[in-house]
Design a protein around this ligand. Sequence first.
Ligand code: T4K
Length: 370
Amino acid sequence: MTRPPVYVTRPSIPPLSDLMPLLEQIWDTRMLTNFGPLLRRFESALADHLGVDHVALVANATLGTVLAMQQAGITSGEVITTPFSFVATAHAIRIAGAEPVFADIDPVTLNLHPAQVEKMITPQTRAILPVHTFGIPCDVDGLADVAQRHGLKLIYDAAHAFGVCRNGQSILRHGDMSVLSFHATKVFNTFEGGAVIVPDHETKCAIDRLANFGFADAQTVEAIGTNAKMHELSAAVGLAQLCGIDAVLAERAKVAQRYHDALKDVPDLYCVSPTGVEGHNHYAFPILLRPGYQTDRDTLLARLEAENIFARRYFYPLISDLDPYNTLPSAAPEGLPVARAVAEQILCLPLYADLDPATQDRIIDLVKGR
Ligand code: T4K
């Protein structure tokens, strides 16, 4: 008998009973979008929950990053970023009008290495766009130091970093702005959605205006904005999701700990994410299968798939190897040795709040070669 497929993630969704009163409100008021009442409620509840001051909700993180860059004035020149990310990171730079420049990553956090960033700075460099990959915090102090010494904007792609804290404070408070994703595959989802975390009310209003075609008022268009508004259905889902997010994060932590305990002593297998660390969100369970591991990464991937288990190679290929970017000088393989090795060895195992222990044991057995 074939077992049902097990995917790398399975979205957490709120009980329908929590959502219904919010849907009734939408149906009663016929306010469907354009900064409606549920969006305003969600915005303020989210800022409280995350421990940040100002939040601008958007349709998704890709557009949120484009708007953050536009607001920061990064519409030309070069932006230094990581090749080890989802392609949206580099696309956002190009859509905003700038050119991505890839720098190598740190072998432990898998995030941009401040010293590698500094090596790539030229007179054209305008900004740094690091990613808190898999919810693991970047070296925010090192990156802030580089940005400050060279007069660069620092905008974080925090698509994976919902709820992540460092020294008891939200990681989203670092840099000029941070952009969250609420896509279905994220630890916190509004089906599609995102948020730009900004330092002050003026910047929040500016992002809102850019998300609404650049309208300053009904007669005045102050910039080439786009349509990046979050609608009321997503805001309703977000409000309902907030009630259950602590339980979701606690369940994810348990699943991650179980993987870690079972796999930590497997030779040449490295569990990337920290466990038992206050403030981590267990966005994923990435492992690196290093030379010496019993087989190679792609053989293990195929063995899992033969059992209807769909682990994913996030992020392979590197962005710098994808067609739109692979001719850039900074995409040359010799400049990115750590990222290249990691992309060949990475595998994200299924991780979600209701992954049942029996299924997880099957995955663990396959990874251990049993
Ligand atoms: N920056 C970073 C670092 C990112 O990782 C992302 C997005 C972004 C920026 C841009 O954020 P957004 O603009 O999307 O807000 C997925 C997501 O589409 C993408 O949002 C995400 N990163 C990326 C890491 O993963 P795919 O093509 O790998 O997803 P997909 O459809 O194969 O889904 C993975 C598995 O999840 C499926 O096998 C089944 C399960 N699944 C998926 C969906 C969509 C469900 O069970 N239900 C669902 O509704 O890109």
